[in-house]
Design a protein around this ligand. Structure first.
Ligand SMILES: Nc1ncnc2c1ncn2[C@@H]1O[C@H](COP(=O)(O)OP(=O)(O)O)[C@@H](O)[C@H]1O
Ligand SMILES: [Mg+2]
Length: 318
């Protein structure tokens, strides 16, 4: 029935209610085969709950999804068999050796004989653990452990893999290496759905969705997000006193959302007629703060997300 599908994952109005609390609120999105799909949102936004429904370990309150063509409601066992999953806490046993962890995951997926040997070799290679099979997993550095966790999560070569904050808590170099590994899976045709709260990582994804308080607030590729969601101009301002400048700017009615990036301020203008010169006048002439630079910029993903989340929160309050 689904032999001609163009999407690996199709999510329709997926909803999860815990008691009176709606953790995931009618989310719909599609994931193309072989793409890296970024699932972004702050802590508590509903990312893990969504993933747990998509891998068929948590039953939706409403809605459905097709994962690899199988319904998470009607065919949960087939979903589980056909996907790989790496949980937020990784799924490795710290007190087992590397070899024992690999054997454990291989046995879950029924790998044996030659295929098992081949896949074990592959996992050891991607984790940089060749000749270290007997090392206790708990003693490995975080970055290596993560690669081992991903390796074991895809030991059975699933077409779709779910990674729940796989890079949280590791150093930038390990994160970078981990993304190389994600890329190579995608190049091999595997669909990767990955959650993260690192916005820089969103740039490595083909498509992105952003959720806030259980609701989908934006979707598209990085370029579309930057151009479609913020219509007002954004200025980047570099001054002698960043925090004081921010305080002064925020008092103006023509200033929308603001954010600080190191010693730059980003300001979304509510009023298109405001010029760079007026900013300089306000900070420098009126308040005596030397302004080094004011320029119109293309928004960053962070600007977009701050804008959307603030807009969404205001909507929820009123
Ligand atoms: N089993 C549960 N019972 C009640 N509330 C839950 C349960 N699981 C998650 N939640 C709540 O749902 C919200 C979303 O959680 P989660 O999906 O883990 O967010 P994220 O992964 O984006 O940080 C949170 O407020 C969390 O406390
Ligand atoms: Mg989570």
């Amino acid at each position: 029935m689904n032999s001609n599908q163009t999407y690996s994952i199709e999510v329709n109005n997926l909803t999860k209610v815990f008691g009176k609390f709606t953790a995931v609120n009618q989310i719909s999105f599609n994931v193309r085969q072989g793409e890296i799909f970024g699932f972004l949102g702050a802590n508590g936004a509903g990312k893990s709950t969504t993933i747990r429904m998509l891998i068929a370990i948590l039953e939706p309150t409403a809605g459905d999804a097709l994962v690899g063509g199988y319904s998470i409601r009607r065919e949960p066992d087939l979903v589980k068999k056909n996907i790989g999953y790496m949980s937020q806490k990784f799924s490795l046993y710290n007190d087992l050796t590397v070899a024992e962890n690999i054997r454990f995951f291989a046995s879950i997926y029924g790998l044996d004989g030659k295929r098992y040997e081949e896949r074990k070799k592959w996992v050891l290679k991607v984790a940089n653990l060749e000749n270290m099979e007997q090392v206790i997993t708990g003693s490995l550095p975080g970055g290596i452990k993560q690669r081992l966790a991903l390796g074991t999560a895809v030991i059975h070569e699933p077409k779709i893999v779910f990674l729940d904050e796989p890079t949280s808590g590791v150093d930038p170099i390990s994160r970078r290496n981990f993304w190389d590994l994600i890329n190579s899976l995608s190049e091999g045709g595997t669909t990767v759905l990955v959650t993260t709260h690192y916005l820089d990582e969103a740039e490595f994804c083909n498509d992105i969705i952003l959720i806030n308080a259980g609701k989908l607030v934006a979707q598209g590729n990085s370029k579309a997000l930057k151009t479609n969601y913020i219509k007002n101009p954004i200025l980047e301002i570099e001054s002698e006193r960043t925090v004081d400048s921010l305080e002064i700017l925020e008092k103006e009615t023509w200033v929308g959302e603001t954010s600080i990036f190191g010693n730059y301020i980003h300001v979304i203008l509510n009023d298109r007629s405001i010029t760079e010169q007026q900013i300089v006048q306000l900070l420098q002439d009126k308040n005596g703060i030397a302004v080094r630079r004011v320029e119109k910029i293309i928004p960053t993903l962070e600007d977009v997300f701050i804008h959307l989340i603030e807009k969404d929160s205001k909507k929820n309050v009123s």
